[in-house]
Write a protein that binds this ligand. Structure first.
Ligand code: NDP
Length: 450
């Protein structure tokens, strides 16, 4: 039997890699990891965590406004961007340390260098060859900016976390999670904010009612939304940047951020040379057990470009460790994966959109409620909440829930358990609400939409 330096060598210390490493080591595997950039990967450093901290900062603006209706006299405060960035950086450094300690305590050797795959059982790290029975590619993704004249003048979401100053006029290009979230962040922090999206309505793939509702809410908060709009050229002018748009007009701004998707981080890793199959987008192709076309090489998370969410990568890391080192299958179930867009207000969703449900189940019953949350009866805010349930008419099973409103993700996470467990609308109806909350609406919607 061949003897290897390690049982498992992981490339990438992000959400998926760290979880797979910890679990595998706890099951007795000898594990090493290479991470060339920062422990915790995208989520901790330039994704979920700092994004949500920025989103909180942007919400404070509204809270200060809302306070007046409750009798608080708060002088119009000023906002200091460098303080936010410095505090965020301090927190991220703390998390980097926690991730490193997690690995140390689990007995995983971490090499802070780039690893390249040499062959099916060898990686080269810092000029040294290391052998492993298995190699796991968990290298995540990287922001993609299309190539066009002046595109080098645009920043991506990674850069947005380290801006030296906040722009007066910000333009965000794209219509996915990141673009919508950053449009809300820039707007909430006081920038004159425009979001450009090439299609007729952003958040393609989300429930149509939710997309329309969120667009209206964002407009109310001051974000200028321009759909069916694309940038053909960016030029630097004396007083900022000028964007030439597809309708022949121009738009001036101080900063343009592209959030036009992310590409799998699979280049220059030696994957193709040793026969690992990639798809046209560069995603590593895997089977149901995360095995690539080379049997000793595995891949999980964003580098496989399936459901690109941290909790999915965590679940995949866990499932792989059980599969490899516990001989037990705990497969990831990709149906009813909840997610939230930390837009202003938040959007969260689990299960099928109305359109998807009609296609899959045929007849569906829709329950929908839009209302002004109790808080805003005094705050004076015009913000409204949307809650929508999609029910498979034949089985009465709730197959989708969509919400726009404060902390929508908190509400949908709980609901996701019920929906995953197969709860019917009748069970929702038998559940007692918590009064007064917005969430009680989930169990009090009686009349279906005609
Ligand atoms: P998305 O894939 O979600 O959205 C990309 C957007 O860019 C789409 O609106 C797309 O338009 C548009 N686009 C793509 N190519 C071009 C182009 N050449 N020119 C103009 N527009 C273009 O990517 P994001 O970057 O927003 O996020 C990446 C992934 O990260 C998400 O899909 C999600 O899985 C994850 N994520 C999750 C978050 C969360 O859970 N809260 C937060 C942030 C990211 P079209 O729709 O027309 O294709």
């Amino acid at each position: 039997m061949a003897s290897y330096d390690y049982d498992l060598f992981i490339i990438g210390g992000g959400s998926g890699g760290v979880r797979a490493g910890r679990m595998s080591a706890s099951f007795g595997a000898r594990v090493a990891m290479a991470e060339e950039r920062y422990m915790g990967g995208t989520c901790v450093n330039v994704g979920c965590v700092p994004k949500k901290l920025f989103a909180y900062a942007a919400h404070v603006h509204e809270e200060v406004h809302d306070a007046a209706g409750f009798g608080w006299k708060i002088a119009d405060g000023s906002f200091d961007w460098p303080t936010l960035v410095a505090n965020k950086n301090k927190e991220i450094e703390r998390l980097n340390g926690i991730y490193q300690r997690l690995m140390d305590n689990a007995g995983v050797t971490v090499l802070h260098e780039r690893a390249v795959i040499k062959d099916a059982h060898t990686v080269t790290v810092g000029g040294r060859d290391i052998s492993a029975e298995r190699i796991l590619v968990a290298t995540g993704g990287w922001p993609f900016v299309p190539d066009f004249p002046g595109s080098e003048l645009a920043i991506n979401s990674n850069d947005a976390f380290f801006l030296e100053r906040l722009p007066k006029r910000a333009v965000v290009v794209g219509g996915g999670y990141i673009a919508v979230e950053f449009a809300g962040i820039f707007n909430g922090l006081g920038c004159d904010t425009t979001q450009l999206y090439r299609g007729p309505l952003f958040l393609r793939g989300f429930d149509d009612d939710a997309r329309v509702f969120l667009a209206d809410e964002m407009k109310k908060k001051g974000v200028k939304l321009c759909f069916d709009t694309d940038v053909t050229r960016i030029t630097r002018e004396a007083d900022g940047l000028r964007l030439a748009l597809n309708d022949g007009s121009t738009l001036d701004c101080d900063l343009v951020m592209y959030a036009t998707g992310r590409k799998p981080n699979s280049a220059n890793l030696g994957l193709e040379a040793c026969g690992v199959a990639l798809d046209a987008n560069g995603a590593v192709k895997v089977n149901g057990n995360y095995q690539t076309s080379v049997p000793s090489i595995y891949a999980i998370g964003d580098v496989t470009d399936r459901i690109n969410l941290t909790p999915v990568a965590l679940a995949e890391g866990m499932a792989l460790a059980w599969h490899l080192y516990r001989d037990r299958e705990r497969p990831v179930d990709y149906e009813f994966v909840p997610s939230a867009v930390f837009s202003h207000p938040n959007l969260a969703t689990v299960g099928y959109t109305e359109a998807q449900a009609r296609e899959k189940f045929g007849a569906v019953t829709i329950f929908k409620s839009t209302f002004t949350p109790l808080k805003h009866t005094l705050s004076g805010s015009k913000e409204k909440t949307l809650m929508k349930l999609v029910v498979d008419s034949a089985s009465d099973r709730v197959v989708g829930a969509h919400m726009i409103g404060p902390d929508a993700g908190e509400s949908i996470q709980g609901l996701a358990v019920a929906i995953k467990a197969g709860a019917t609308k009748a069970m929702f109806d038998r559940t007692i609400g918590i009064h007064p909350t917005s969430a009680e609406e989930w169990v009090t919607m009686r009349e279906p939409v005609a």
